[in-house]
Design a protein around this ligand. Structure first.
Ligand SMILES: *Cc1c(COP(=O)(O)O)cnc(C)c1O
Length: 351
């Protein structure tokens, strides 16, 4: 650290993203990317003309993209916020709505506590139940921002819309942020509740189910006043934070919904297969509704399995964290990738 660093950031512990190694070709099952490419419409949207137009700023209001997202979600454009990845939106939400603190589970997306620290938001970290489920009662009457990933990461376990509604209605004076990064793989979106509750903020991303992690595009759905608050922060930091190509890709992806829905069904089927096979090998596996499985073996530690697979060119995610150090989070890739993964696990635990 240089001696110039602002004192208020000196103690910040930054988020550590999953490895993106450039040294060799890995089977990447560590950052929940899609094994499928973006749809043909997306690929065709990035024309030479579109690239030539990069000399111009992008539309700061993302009008065409918001119109598409609004009609797809049965809301108005004023109910849509778009930004450079959903991480950006989560950060803005901690800035905008974290004044009274924030509550989230002890085992969840690691970025929540980083955004809280960055924005000096006090946190209440609430333990998940023994079986890693969220207990909705723990989030009722909190008097602070509530942040829940649904399905949760890295467990994959989902709450029902009825359970989310209970939490939202029990916190009328604070925002309940539901991070639906993985919702398309088999959970229920609570997006339709945004018409009924003025304190619900639903955040989604193109990074997982829409095969566009590298394009950086996230969106949120909420009451128009919540959206206006997020816009205020965006326009105070970086109004052009979605580039032209990403806006075009985001619009095109909305026209290819059937393609993405089919990919999600394939992932869900592969997830069921991998879960079954891991159970046959003696793993405990959570009931994941996401594009990953969360599993532990009593024959090998989580860290050891991670290291041995890495030596063999397969990356999975291990979190060196209390309660889950025995587990690994394994992205559901293509059937071929998962068969190679399973074969290597068999060999490693047979050693
Ligand atoms: C991947 C992920 C995000 C971030 O997505 P981006 O849109 O790529 O920034 C947000 N929340 C959770 C729970 C995630 O797993």
């Amino acid at each position: 650290m240089s001696r110039f660093m602002n004192r208020k950031y000196r103690d910040l512990t930054e988020y550590v993203p999953g490895e993106q190694p450039q040294d060799r070709q890995y089977i990447k099952l560590n950052t929940n990317e899609s094994p499928f490419p973006p749809s043909d419409g997306v690929i065709q949207a990035i024309t030479k003309e579109a690239i030539a137009d990069l000399r111009l700023y992008s539309d700061p209001e993302s009008r065409a993209l918001k119109a598409k997202l609004a009609s797809a979600n049965g809301v108005l454009p004023e109910n849509i916020f778009v930004s450079n990845g959903s991480d950006d939106i989560l950060n803005f939400a901690f800035m905008a709505f974290g004044e009274d603190g924030a509550a989230f589970p002890d085992i969840s997306y690691g970025f929540y506590s980083v955004f809280a620290d960055l924005n000096h938001v006090r946190t209440d970290v609430i333990p998940l139940r023994e079986d890693f489920a969220v207990n909705p009662a723990d989030y009722c009457g909190r008097r602070e921002l509530v942040v829940l990933a649904n399905p949760n990461a890295p467990t994959g376990i989902a709450l029902s819309v009825a359970e989310i509604e209970k939490i939202v209605s029990a916190n009328p004076d604070h925002i309940v942020l539901v991070d639906e990064a993985y919702v398309d793989f088999g959970a229920e979106s609570c997006c339709s509740l945004t018409g009924k509750y003025r304190n619900l903020l639903v955040v989604q991303t193109y990074s997982k189910s829409r095969s566009m992690a590298g394009a950086r595009l996230g969106f949120a759905i909420a009451d128009r006043q919540i959206i206006a608050d997020l816009e205020k922060i965006k326009y105070s930091t970086n109004p052009y934070n979605i580039n032209r190509l990403t806006q075009l890709a985001g619009i095109a992806a909305q026209n290819d919904g059937a393609y993405y829905a089919e990919n999600c069904r394939t992932i869900a089927a592969t997830r069921a297969y991998v879960t079954e096979e891991l159970k046959k090998l003696g793993f405990s596996v959570t009931d994941s509704k996401a594009n990953f499985v969360f599993a532990k073996s009593d024959r090998i530690g989580g860290g050891e399995l991670y290291r041995k697979l890495k030596e063999r060119g397969i990356l999975i995610r291990h979190f060196d964290q209390a309660r889950i150090a025995d587990y690994n989070r394994i992205t559901v890739g293509s059937r071929e990738e998962m068969d190679i993964f399973l074969q290597n696990v068999r060999e490693i635990i047979g050693e």
